[in-house]
Design a protein around this ligand. Structure first.
Ligand code: R5P
Length: 269
């Protein structure tokens, strides 16, 4: 890695610990005005300084984030399909490298759809993006998107993550699953997890703690943070797991304390 690439990468994955808390607010690119992300500025503002980096599209970046913010940007540059469209996997690269540089992106993010009708197209997109990113020292995050018909198991996710890394992704986002250690061990670059659909906070914190214990480098989490009734407390609890090695119960206690709830369970995992 050259200096620029290393510098940007270290803004995404903390040097020394290799951990990261990335806040995902890119959902609108195919879901439209997702619940509690209808007004992105309102959702993002209280969380911005608590995230190590922010993942979003150029549209939301320009309209809803102050250019004076110091939070590193992970720019989603793939899209082209919607939740009601023909096929979600039919994505292209939507944002040029020149635009990403103008927007001072620290990382570029793109989805791949392994096993889908448009697998080839999305892997071609990834390869192209890595080539562009390498030219200018910008790392690439590959998002292993999972179609409804795909099993979220270690065999499938391991395959998707490995292919992403082989094509040159610098970091890979996937989902936690049983035998997640196999996914991490089979992927030569850092693996971070998405939170997925909103869960009760205790379950989302357990998922995070399990993933970290199984070797994940951190999270790229959205709905389980900003769809919580207490998003600030939630991101702080997630941070405590990722950066301070809290277990799930300790993190839930912290969440409860910060949100004015009382932790009722004393169990420590
Ligand atoms: C999905 O493709 C989006 O890129 C989201 O960024 C990703 O799923 C993470 O968000 P969540 O934790 O809400 O699943």
């Amino acid at each position: 890695m050259d200096w620029g690439m290393k510098n940007r990468f270290s803004q995404i994955i903390r040097p020394g610990t290799g951990r990261c808390v990335m806040l995902a607010v890119d959902h609108g690119y195919f879901l439209g005005p997702t619940e509690r992300l209808e007004n992105p500025r309102e959702t993002i503002e209280p969380l911005l300084n608590l995230a190590d980096s922010l993942m979003l599209t150029r549209g939301v970046l320009r309209s809803s984030v102050s250019p004076e913010s110091n939070t590193p940007i992970v720019l989603r540059v793939s899209g082209g399909s919607s939740i009601i469209g023909e096929d979600l996997s039919k994505e292209t690269i939507t944002t040029s490298i020149d635009e990403a540089i103008r927007l001072n992106a620290s990382c570029l993010a793109l989805s791949i759809f392994i096993g889908s009708k448009y697998e080839f197209q999305t892997l071609k997109n990834l390869s192209k993006l890595v080539n562009e990113g390498e030219k200018y020292g910008i790392p690439v995050l590959a998002v292993t998107a999972v179609g409804k018909e795909m099993a979220r198991d270690s065999r499938y996710l391991g395959l998707a993550c490995r292919i992403a890394a082989e094509l040159g992704a610098h970091v890979v986002k996937t989902y936690h699953c049983a035998d997640f250690r196999k996914v991490v061990d089979g992927c030569p670059v850092p693996v971070i997890i998405a939170g997925g659909k909103k869960l009760p906070e205790r379950d989302a914190l357990s998922l995070t703690a399990d993933a970290i214990q199984d070797g994940a480098s951190g999270v790229d989490m959205g709905r389980n943070i900003w769809q919580s009734d207490n998003p600030v407390a939630m991101i702080k609890a997630v941070r405590a797991i990722v950066h301070e090695n809290y277990n799930a119960q300790q993190a839930y206690d912290l969440f409860s304390e910060l949100s004015g709830l009382k932790s009722t369970q004393k169990r420590v995992r």
